[in-house]
Design a protein around this ligand. Structure first.
Ligand code: NI
Ligand code: MN
Length: 226
């Protein structure tokens, strides 16, 4: 089976390159840790986890140039559509779907979703099945027991991308508990170190996970094959 290459673009932004190119939360231009500029990226599908600026990021600009479809929660999708009518937006809600041959499940996340003031939809994470591999991008969230269901319904999860920065999301302790529930083969920590409030130590996360999964600490720009 062909491999899927996963590149960490900084903060919560990832690029999955297989038979399709999938971007998740491509926040680059205002991201002090961005590993790429929006104009450098190609995409077929862009997944957005919630309306906060550090997640919608440069989705619209990239979709306009590449023709990628933006997938987001129904209300967030409408919010994006209001900003640009030139992009194809797929609005959905918690549940499974297929977009261009990629199986996607929008799953709950415990967080908020807004333009900073007004609520827009609800936050989510994504299960992504691409070329026979299963990925979970948690979005911004606290840990919750239903993560166990994601493993039972869609597992085994080959790679989980989990926030560990604390303050707005899980910190290392909560994310290590999430690893117990999800039982992924590999886990990449994200959403830390971008700004002072979310400065947390990925080595502490690795210690807390112990042998329960392979923790792969990626610097922005680094990638792994799954
Ligand atoms: Ni957020
Ligand atoms: Mn965030």
């Amino acid at each position: 089976m062909a491999v899927v290459t996963v590149r960490f673009l900084g903060h919560a932004a990832f690029e999955l390159r297989g038979s399709k190119k999938v971007l998740v939360d491509p926040f680059l231009r205002n991201n002090p840790k961005a590993a790429a500029r929006p104009e450098e990226l190609e995409a077929d599908i862009i997944l957005v986890t919630h309306a906060h600026g550090d997640h919608i990021g440069d989705s619209i600009e990239i979709a306009k140039r590449t023709g990628a479809k933006i997938v987001a929660m129904f209300d967030v999708a409408n919010y994006i559509r209001k900003q640009s009518e030139d992009v194809e937006v797929v609005g959905m809600n918690y549940g499974p779907t297929e977009v261009d041959g990629v199986f996607i499940v929008q799953v709950p996340a415990w967080h908020s979703s807004s333009d900073g003031v007004h609520s827009i939809g609800s936050p989510c994470g994504y299960i992504i099945r691409l070329d026979g591999r299963t990925f979970y991008h948690a979005g911004d969230t606290f840990v919750f027991l239903d993560m166990k269901l994601f493993n039972e319904l869609y597992g085994p999860i080959d790679l989980a991308m989990l926030p560990i920065g604390g303050h707005f999301t899980m910190g290392p302790k909560e994310a290590a508990k999430a690893v117990e529930l999800l039982e992924p083969k590999k886990v990449v920590p994200m959403h830390y170190g971008t700004w002072p409030p979310i400065a947390s130590d990925p080595e502490e996360f690795k210690r807390l996970v112990g042998g329960k999964a392979e923790v792969v600490i990626l610097k922005p720009g680094e990638e792994i094959e799954v």
